[in-house]
Structure formats: C-alpha cells, structure tokens
Design a binder for this molecule. Structure first.
Ligand SMILES: [Zn+2]
Length: 484
C-alpha cells in the first residue's frame, strides 16, 4: 500500500496518461492518514504502511546533477511532485528529506532542530529515519517556514514520542500569522479540498484537506534568534509564497533554509487558486540572504545547493527574475492597461531562461503577472463588458447561436486545436459546454481539447488544471471538484 502511495505521488505529474484509479488510491491513502498521524507513536508496525523497497537516493548526487542541468525537472525529478524515499545525510549532523517538500533535521549538540516538518505522507519515514540516525536524541525544536500542508506535519510524531519517553515536547517556532492560516484552513476545508483536487488533478471523491494542525508554540513578528547547543538559529520574516514566511540562517554551519522562497523552479508566486502572494517581496527576501555568504542552501522544494558561488547565483537569479516581473507588471498597470494587456506586456528576463533552477515546471510565469495585478488592482480585469456581466451561460448561448449552433462551434474548436491554437480551442469548446451542458459530443471534444492543451504545458499547475477539465468531461461534467 505504501509503495502504491509513493508511486502515485510520483505519478501525479504524469497524470495525463495515467488511469484515474491511481488518484483514487492516493485519496484513500490521504483520507486514512489523519487518524494514523494521531496514533503514529503508539501503533504497532503491522498497522502502519511499509516503507518502499526502493533504496533512498543520494540527494547530494542528484543535487549535483540538477545544478548541471542533467535532471528532468519537468517530469521525473519535478521539484514538487517527485517523492524520494528515505533520508540523506547532507553533511555531518544534517539529515535531509525530500517528499512533496524538502525538510531537514540538524543536530545542535543539545537536541535536534527540524527545519520544516513535511507532509502527512512524510510523518512515518521522518520519525523512523531520525531515530535510525539519532536513536536517543530528543527533537528540541522545529521551525515552520510557513503554514502550507507540505511543511508542517511530522512534529506530531515527536510530540507523541516525547510524551512516551518523558521528554519535553518540541518547541515549534513560526511567524505570528501562521495560526491565522491554520484557522483559515479549518474554515475553508471544502474550498481547499476543491482547489487542490484541481491543482494536483486528483480525481478522488474521498480526498479531503487536512483538518487538524500542530499549532506553533513561539510566535514572532520580524526577527527571532534562539540558541540551541552549539548553534544559533536566526529567523527572519518575509513575504513571498505566503505572508507568514520564515527563512532561517545558521551562521556556525553557514546553512540557509529558504523554505519556499527557493523551490528549484519559477517561484510559486502566481498559483491561480490561492490567497495573495507577493512577487516583489520575494525578491526583497532573497536579496537579504545574499550578504550572508551561505554555503548550503536548503530549499522548500527540489534539491539542496552546495557551494557559496552556486548559492549566490541561485539567489541572485531568482531575485532578479521576481523583481523584473513585478516592475514590468506595475509599469504596465501604471499606464492604465487592462489585465489582458498587462499580461501580454510582461516577459521574464531572457538571459535567465536557461538557468536550471528557474524553469517554469510548476507555476506559469503569466500567473505571476496576474498575482501582481491582484495585489495592486481590484477584481475587475479592465474589460468594459465584464464589470456587470451577463451570466456565462447567457453569453455562451448568444455566441453559439451567432455561430450557427453547437455543432459548428465543436467543429471550429477541433479545427483550432488541430491548427495548434489550443487556448482558442478551449475558449470555443467552453462556450459550447455552457450552451449545451449535457451534450455528449461537447464533452467528448472538450476532453480531447483540454487534454491536448494540458500536454503542451511546461507548468504542472497549468497542466493539471487543464487536465482536470478533461477528466471531468470524461464523466460528462464541467468540474470534478464541485457538483457541476
Ligand atoms: Zn511548499
């Protein structure tokens, strides 16, 4: 079962071609996980899923290959979707894990400190690998880089262990906004279930967003420094993927934990379904890291970067990318352009196009522009017909009637797709779907057109959302994440 889960996580970026049953297994596994996490330190091994037989890869070897541009980050070694089993000793006293997110455990000389805590899928292997490396050293502290569910779960296992062994519970440090976001998750469980089914193309009726969270113990606003054993942990707040980001500097070891401010891809600052993200502030944080002279960069996703020159290049390149997107977008907005015009006006810096850590394999650069618009603009996109619009169905019926009926629109949509005008084909078939929601011919064409467009997207986020529409039309529906 556990091996299946791993395979499914690995398979998600290949979801276009994989049977839906894979996603159903994933959902079942996720659904059962909450109770398991609560019991993790007390259950018998027979009731826990097995660690996969596949040997743990050497993350340092992969990191070297990634830096040289030798890894397929779009599929096989996707920085978010690829799950590597086991753990890897990155240097003395530093254990690295890469599940959906990367997370790390450092030996301070007086207890272990976790830099992020992984996803629910990581809890068991995190506990086992930490205990294999350090059988009797308590986890003294953990730092959450932000509130996202791929970064916060494994502390639970060490809380339970502490209770059993009579140790103090780990102290969890986080930015002061983190608890508000956990509260927000609990208030919007249905919404977060729906949007993540789309983002990860999970066709799984039982999939549910996690309901319970391990809240932090110590909150801070701008900076916080604590010492443990031989090490100093300097926490700094920033805004980027979220407004509750913490990045951590350990000066004695020259280790920089960026959290999701660095993810081995175009930064995830544009995600179409998520709350506000911060493109320019992202650059601010990366620029603040530069003078530290870090020698080990531990990222939120993807593989570590080793060596001061490489770390500098990665931070500088990513900062310049984000600064450029923000400045171009704001300059276009200052000309009073519409959202569409702003999106068309912005291009990422061409000289960074070949940097292996800045490929658009997760977020799509145009999504970042839209996020800048949302930060400084309103919900209106600047198109005069959309400020008090007709219902989508009413609009679609008018266009389809003008075109001469649904069959004509289907025909034109297929022709557009065949001619390589995939986005236009999606617009046309979507109008047909709104005008004729029950039509089998519309759904058959819609599934084919979205699937074709999905397969051409370098961004897995775009690919999965488009693929989600195809999966829905396979079932004669508009959207599997709602009752539509
Ligand atoms: Zn993350």
């Amino acid at each position: 079962m556990w091996l299946q889960i791993i395979m499914i996580v690995v398979a998600v970026p290949f979801g276009l071609d994989h049977p839906k049953s894979l996603f159903a297994h994933f959902a079942t596994a996720m659904h059962g996980r909450h109770a398991w996490v609560r019991r993790v330190a007390g259950v018998t091994s027979a009731s826990m899923p097995d660690v996969p037989d596949e040997p743990a890869p050497n993350l340092l070897d992969l990191a070297e290959q990634a830096w040289r541009g030798e890894l397929d980050l779009r599929f096989e070694h996707h920085p978010v979707h690829r799950y590597y089993p086991g753990a890897c000793r990155l240097t003395d006293g530093l254990l690295g894990f890469k599940g959906i997110a990367g997370f790390y455990v450092v030996d301070s000389g007086d207890g272990l400190v976790m830099l992020d805590a992984g996803h629910l899928l990581d809890v068991k292997r995190c506990f086992e690998e930490v205990r294999r490396e350090w059988p009797d050293t308590p986890v003294a502290a953990a730092i959450y880089s932000h509130h996202h569910v791929d970064h916060v779960f494994s502390v639970t296992a060490f809380d339970m262990e502490a209770e059993k062994r009579g140790w103090p519970r780990p102290t969890v440090y986080a930015h002061e906004r983190v608890p508000d976001h956990f509260d927000r998750y609990q208030a919007t469980l249905g919404w977060n279930t729906a949007i993540n089914r789309r983002q990860f193309a999970i066709d799984a009726p039982h999939y549910r967003w996690p309901e319970s969270y391990r809240y932090p113990d110590v909150l801070y606003r701008r900076n916080l420094t604590f010492c443990r054993g031989d090490l100093t942990f300097e926490l700094t707040h920033g805004r980027g993927e979220t407004d509750d980001v913490t990045w951590t500097w350990i000066p004695e070891r020259r280790i920089l934990h960026t959290g999701d401010l660095f993810i081995w891809a175009v930064p995830n600052a544009g995600n179409p379904q998520k709350v506000q993200r911060y493109v320019g502030d992202w650059a601010d944080s990366l620029e603040r890291m530069l003078p530290l002279g870090a020698e080990i960069l531990l990222p939120g996703h993807g593989l570590p970067i080793l060596g001061a020159d490489r770390v500098r290049r990665a931070l500088q390149g990513t900062a310049r990318y984000m600064r450029s997107i923000e400045e171009q977008s704001v300059a276009a907005m200052n000309r009073g352009l519409s959202l569409d015009q702003v999106v068309q006006a912005v291009t990422p810096p061409a000289d960074l196009a070949d940097e292996p850590y800045l490929q658009p394999v997760y977020d799509d650069p145009s999504f970042l522009v839209r996020m800048v618009w949302r930060r400084y603009g309103g919900w209106w996109d600047g198109e005069f017909d959309s400020v008090v619009p007709a219902a989508k169905r009413e609009q679609a019926e008018a266009w389809v009637e003008l075109a001469g009926g649904v069959e004509r629109v289907i025909e034109r949509a297929r022709a557009s797709s065949a001619a390589g005008r995939h986005a236009v084909a999606c617009h046309l078939i979507e109008a047909a779907r709104h005008a004729a929601p029950e039509s089998a011919a519309v759904h058959e064409t819609r599934a084919a057109i979205y699937r074709e467009n999905a397969g051409r997207q370098p961004s897995s986020m775009a690919r999965n959302i488009l693929n989600h529409a195809a999966l829905a039309s396979d079932q004669g529906r508009r959207d599997l994440a709602s009752d539509d």
